[in-house]
Unconditional design. Structure first.
Length: 96
């Protein structure tokens, strides 16, 4: 599902125009990104939690050539789904 498909569905469900819905969605996404850039955690109850994990520098191997490469220190955004999300997705896919 693409961003435009989400905008269309939310627009139909809420009665907002697609432009209004896209503006709201862009605002939500940029707020989450800004919070993560400040190393804040974003918790959306019933949906999940966005956070940032620190990764230490390490040596890795290129699977194609076998050559060793150095991976620098980095910060990686992560998402942990809520129990409700996990349960609903699991039940929906099992009951197909």
């Amino acid at each position: 599902m693409t961003k435009q498909e989400i905008v269309s569905r939310v627009s139909q469900a809420t009665g907002l125009t697609k432009l209004e819905t896209e503006a709201v969605m862009n605002g939500i996404m940029s707020t989450i990104i800004d919070a993560l850039a400040e190393n804040d955690r974003v918790e959306l109850r019933g949906f999940g939690t966005f956070s940032v994990k620190h990764r230490q520098p390490k040596m890795a191997r290129n699977p194609g050539t076998g050559a060793q490469i150095s991976l620098p220190e980095r910060y990686v955004p992560t998402f942990k789904p809520s129990i409700r999300m996990k349960t609903e997705v699991n039940e929906s896919l099992i009951n197909r």
